[in-house]
Write a protein that binds this ligand. Structure first.
Ligand code: 5GP
Ligand code: ZN
Length: 307
């Protein structure tokens, strides 16, 4: 695979991102977004038949997230929507106080921490899971209250996921197919990649045990691709098997009483776009022809930072 002599600067200020005053939160330039859109189309082309497409907003029901146990497992990452409540006079008084944030109260919304969470209650509301299982293609902006904001660790980022709910063998076969498809996609895009067993960043001491058990049971794999450096590649896709976690929480059942499991494959769209720039350089017009073709980036319309 052809490699650049020197990693291009895909830093957080410059042709890809524009600072908006908060670490880990950036405006995306036209140059970056065009690659994001091409990547999204490329992923859509690989969608399996019988997959229902849903696009979620960046907020979701707090009650649903609580029922999923997220606030126990990842309280350090959760962001909640808080609002001022009261009549006009109260709101005016509160808004004039320097300590007005102290008077916010939690609303029924949280910021979506992953795109797939609303899929499970939505499936449960439809009754029995059919024998062939259910598949969703979902996406949303996600928020995680990250402790650090290095390149590729954004507080607010775009996640695309395929979700499968069904018999254990259906979900495992789905994940196996997507591991192959994910590797094929990375090859096509000329991205160096490595698949590794992984765990989620569960909170606290009990969380470390949960992470170990996740590793032991091979419930999560991540695809690592160089973004910041070759030596320390970044997780750009994940392939997850939840066992019966969500089906138990949401009482997802098959008509015949067979166990129902779930799994998801997640694409970190911003990280994948960054990986493309980092690997092939800042000028998509000069990316390898095969990569341009895969992304349908036409040679006659070079993308300029200001287009
Ligand atoms: P997971 O749910 O496996 O932690 O995340 C799914 C995918 O979302 C990851 O493989 C990664 O590509 C992306 N992702 C997770 N956290 C971040 C983050 O802090 N910033 C960005 N840009 N992407 C993230
Ligand atoms: Zn998911």
């Amino acid at each position: 695979m052809e490699q650049l002599d020197r990693k291009p600067d895909v830093g957080m200020s410059g042709p890809l991102f524009v600072a908006v005053g908060v670490d880990g939160v950036y405006a995306r330039t036209g140059l970056f977004e065009q690659v994001v859109e091409s990547l999204s189309t490329c992923i859509s082309q690989r969608r399996e038949p019988g997959t229902e497409v849903l696009r979620f907003p960046p907020v979701m029901s707090r009650a649903q997230l609580e029922r999923s146990g997220y606030h126990h497992n990842f309280p350090h990452l959760l962001g909640c929507v808080s609002c001022l409540e009261g009549d006009e006079a109260t709101l005016r008084t509160l808004a004039n106080r320097p300590d007005w944030p102290e008077h916010l109260s939690a609303s029924g919304l949280v910021l979506a921490p992953a795109a797939c969470y609303p899929s499970y209650p939505l499936a449960a509301a439809r009754g029995f899971v059919p024998p062939e299982g259910l598949r969703f293609d979902v996406a949303s902006y996600c928020f995680r209250h990250e402790a650090t904001h290095e390149l590729g660790r954004l507080q607010s980022f775009q996640m695309r996921e395929f979700v499968c709910i069904g018999k254990p063998e259906t979900v495992l076969a789905f994940r196996k197919r997507w591991i192959v498809k994910g590797q094929e996609l990375a090859n096509l895009l000329g991205l160096n990649h490595r698949l590794v067993p992984a765990s989620d960043p569960f909170f606290g001491r009990a969380g470390r045990l949960a992470a170990l058990s996740q590793l032991e049971q091979a419930l999560k794999f991540e695809m690592l691709i160089p973004v910041r450096s070759e030596e320390d590649p970044t997780a750009c896709m994940s392939f997850n098997y939840h066992l019966d976690h969500f089906s138990t929480v949401w009482d997802l059942k098959s008509e015949g009483g067979e166990p129902i499991h779930s799994g998801c494959v997640a694409f970190g769209i911003d990280r994948l776009a960054l990986a493309l720039f980092s690997t092939h350089g800042m000028e998509p017009a000069s990316w390898p022809r095969t990569v341009r073709e895969a992304l349908a980036l036409s040679a006659c319309s070079p993308i300029s930072p200001h287009s």
